[in-house]
Design a protein. Structure first.
Length: 129
């Protein structure tokens, strides 16, 4: 048994197959999930686990070279916007409809129990060298 890091076997295994430029979506409980990507659904109850908790845990495990969020996050969810801005000063913002369209290219979607709007991000995997 792993003693540290992400213990969820489905999420840990899905992270292990990611490569450079693969896209990972971390989303709230309400984002429509397209057919195609691996989906790890961590939602338990409204708000659990939170977007921030899952996002931070994934950043501890992944090399990320860029991120995309919906423009609407700025007004609708300033807390999530601040979290993303803090980690990604060059955060790309696109309209929510375009964000949803881009999720179709994801290799992995991690659904949280987050119940606040627009708590979604697309992470682009990098390399550690």
């Amino acid at each position: 048994m792993k003693k540290a890091g992400i213990l969820n076997r489905h999420l840990s295994g899905a992270l292990a197959v990611l490569g450079h430029t693969d896209l990972v979506v971390v989303c709230d409980a309400g984002l429509p999930i397209p057919e195609g990507p691996i989906v790890v659904d961590l939602a338990f109850r409204a708000g659990t686990p939170s977007f921030a908790e899952v996002f931070e845990g994934l950043l501890d495990e992944l090399v990320v070279e860029g991120a995309v969020a919906a423009t609407e996050i700025r007004d609708a969810n300033p807390g999530a916007a601040a979290l993303l801005d803090d980690r990604f000063p060059e955060l790309e913002l696109v309209p929510h409809e375009e964000f949803k369209a881009r999720t179709r290219a994801a290799r992995l979607v991690v659904r949280t129990g987050e119940a606040r709007p627009y708590a979604n991000v697309i992470l682009r995997c990098g390399v550690p060298f």
